[in-house]
Design a protein around this ligand. Sequence first.
Ligand SMILES: [Zn+2]
Length: 429
Amino acid sequence: MKIFNEKFSILLLMMPIIAFCDSHRTYDGYKVYEVTLGTQNDVNFLKSLTEVDDDDSFDFWSLQSTVGSVSTVMVKPDRQNWFEKSLANRNIQYRVSIMDLENVINEERQYQLKMKSIHWGRSMNSDEMRFDRYYEHDEINKYLDSLASSHKNVEVKVIGKSYEGRDIKVIKITNGDGIEKKNSIFIDAGIHAREWIAPATALYVVQQLLNDESMAKILNILDIVVNPVVNPDGYQYTHKKERLWRKTRSKNIPGCVGTDGNRNFDFHWGEVGASPIPCMETYRGNKAFSEKETQALRDAVGEIKDTCKFYLTLHSYGNYMLYPWGYTSKLPDTWKDLDDIAQIGASAIKNATGTTYTVGSSTNVLYAAAGGSDDYMFAVFNVPISITMELPGGGQNGFDMPASKIDETVHESSIGIFAMIQAVGQKYN
Ligand SMILES: [Zn+2]
């Protein structure tokens, strides 16, 4: 009996470990390549791989469309030979930046666990956020709620439920003067689940707005609404199951889960760069606004559309300030207004840290992708400044910045964001 008990308790002890090991998708043998595009043909070749009807063979972490730029692509083990030969035949320069992705992802996971236990050890307050690890969705929601209870000028609202029933929250920060018709700004992040640096940056902006006294000038003329995690189901899935998941988690057809939220908006929906195939990473959904998450975001911005002067959506990665259109290479009539603000953000970062951002319309400097939130807010809600900011990535260290670099990255990014906010505030005051 005793032996049985011992064995049984050992088994019980092991169960969480087994469950933990089993629960993550592995990336054993996956390589990540940095490919330098020497000619337009090289660009075209790489782009053609985004249409391979298999979402797992080639996963573009950053896809550039200009000659001389470097694109980053993850390739699954059984396609690597073919890929390397194809590049060699075309004389395309490349280097392997990550030899075995599973090692990198496992290191990230261990680091996250370590930092989490350090935080618990310190018994941190829930209204304290440190930018030395990536937080999970429930922690972020708790953080927002605690800010609402500790600040008179903060309001937190549930704008909808995700497909799996999670609360999607926004935080509204004002100067507390109660004036209703002030100009406003909407910032969101995390519509693409794996882009962890984006929610971290949105939360850093929130923290700065509340803690830095020099922000009073901004809050005197603008109310700021932030939705730090647009796609909480996907975000949690990247934390618990599959680090590089991008889409929502809605069920489409058997075996294919999720829609690309940033192809799901109802403006030129279903046109260029938005796949009709449910298994693909850029699946546009079976109709515009098929997703509860994009509906919630639409309604939240729609509620302030009369006062909203600036819609900023945070993504990673690639160091871009992008503006409409995403569905065509044509530019909107007011492109100069958009360009001015985007340039102000890029220059502020360049001056502060030397980091370079490329500025331009999505289609012209990156690639065409219809059904994006930026085009929609600009065209349908007439938000005059609508910008997608592609934050920096982790380079040789993985998809996003390693956790040890979050603090530095969010600080740098916030310099550009606050410069743009300030410029918009003055422009429309
Ligand atoms: Zn993205």
